[in-house]
Ligand binder design. Structure first.
Ligand code: CO
Length: 154
């Protein structure tokens, strides 16, 4: 069993990060982080703070970004993945393999943009949904701190 700890975030791919940030900040009154560049994934993202969890808004920064391909299929953007936190990403990955759940890419956790290990499960194994599994930050002071560590909120 992979012991999921909490919902970390819901990832949405958007064609324009500025427009999407404005929607959440002004229409919905949410706190939105400063943009974070993730060059190795060819994307730029912001986090929309929703207390214990967040929405991750992602826009591609180059044509060969994996999410650029997603936008080709979904030009208006759309729901891309959901992310759960676990205590230890490596034991969760080992457990996933034992359960027959396929891990995308190299088949083992890699550092996320925040430095904590993450991995993705094959959507075919999880109800057609791309699932990110993320190791939460060591501090347990608050749910928000666990899920949004390292993100500066405006
Ligand atoms: Co994510």
């Amino acid at each position: 069993m992979i012991a999921i700890d909490a919902l970390s975030h819901v990832g949405i791919v958007v064609p324009d990060l500025e427009t999407a940030s404005t929607l959440f900040a002004q229409r919905f009154g949410c706190r939105v982080s400063a943009p974070i560049d993730v060059p190795e994934q060819g994307l730029r993202m912001v986090y929309v703070n929703l207390g214990a969890a967040a929405i991750e808004l992602m826009a591609p920064t180059r044509a060969d970004s994996p999410i650029a391909k997603f936008l080709e299929r979904n030009p208006a953007g759309g729901l891309h993945h959901i992310a759960f936190t676990v205590d230890n990403a490596y034991s969760a990955a080992a457990e996933a393999a034992r359960e027959g759940l396929r891990i995308l890419g190299a088949g083992e956790p890699r550092p996320g943009h925040h430095g904590r290990p993450i991995f993705f499960l094959n959507p075919r194994d999880v109800l057609g949904t791309l699932v990110e599994v993320e190791e939460h930050v060591p501090t347990k002071n608050s749910d928000a701190a666990r899920n949004l560590s390292g993100v500066d909120l405006k």
